[in-house]
Design a protein around this ligand. Structure first.
Ligand code: ADP
Ligand code: 5GP
Length: 193
């Protein structure tokens, strides 16, 4: 009997905003060639250095809501005043062609993805060393007077409460060490599943 072609796996990073997920993701993607970044859609505005189709697909609210209506998202959430969602067509296309994807999702999005792909997903929760360090990183990235700072810190407390539902938890203290540990965990998962 002919065997089904191997499907791509889903590796999901979740962490309170500012913990270092994107920084870690970039380094890990540089080390694991067979892993591609899953580009989400969002209605938030671009940060300096962000590119359309690379970091996000930037949609306006109307476009995003039309896609929701048309069943275009595997999952989506609304927080910090904006929508964020995983595009169905891009994800199915990658997985069906056997490509492994790395997702950067909030905790609810991550747990929803696990429900949809229980056997093919690895959920990694990345913790900041402390709330004080998280605040420093947010200020370093967005500036001290960023409008979203307080919202992000409040949401961080809530997200930290979900850590134990993840497959693995890693503390992002020293960046090089975190990248090493996370890369090893992903390699091990991909070679055994
Ligand atoms: P996230 O994607 O989780 O929102 P970012 O990757 O944008 O977070 O990181 C937030 C800020 O913290 C950035 O300025 C980044 O350079 C910095 N950062 C990330 N990891 C570390 C680390 N281990 N030590 C010090 N600074 C870090
Ligand atoms: P940021 O605005 O810092 O890029 O992202 C804010 C939050 O949105 C982060 O926690 C990030 O993981 C989450 N996020 C990004 N894309 C998606 C998505 O497609 N779905 C969900 N549920 N969360 C997302």
């Amino acid at each position: 009997m002919e065997q089904d072609a191997p499907k791509g796996k889903l590796i999901v990073f979740s962490a309170p905003s500012g913990t270092g997920k994107s920084t870690i993701a970039k380094a890990v993607l540089g080390q694991i060639g067979e892993l591609s970044f899953s580009v989400s859609a969002t209605t938030r505005s671009k940060r300096p250095g962000e590119e359309e189709g690379v970091h996000y697909f930037f949609l306006d609210k109307k476009e995003f809501e039309e896609r929701i209506e048309n069943g275009g998202f595997i999952e989506y959430e609304f927080f910090f005043g904006n929508y964020y969602g995983t595009l169905l067509d891009k994800t199915s296309e990658a997985i069906d062609s056997g490509r492994h994807l790395l997702f950067d999702l909030d905790v609810k999005g991550a747990l929803n993805l696990k429900k949809l792909f229980p056997l093919d997903s690895l959920l990694l929760f990345i913790r900041p060393p402390s709330m004080a360090v998280l605040q420093e990183r947010l200020i370093k990235r967005d500036g001290k007077n960023s409008a979203g700072l307080q919202d992000r810190l409040e949401r961080a407390e809530l997200e930290l409460g979900y850590a134990e539902q993840f497959d693995e938890v890693v503390v992002n203290d020293d960046l090089d060490e975190t990248v090493k540990v996370v890369t090893e965990k992903i390699r091990k998962y991909l070679s055994t599943h």
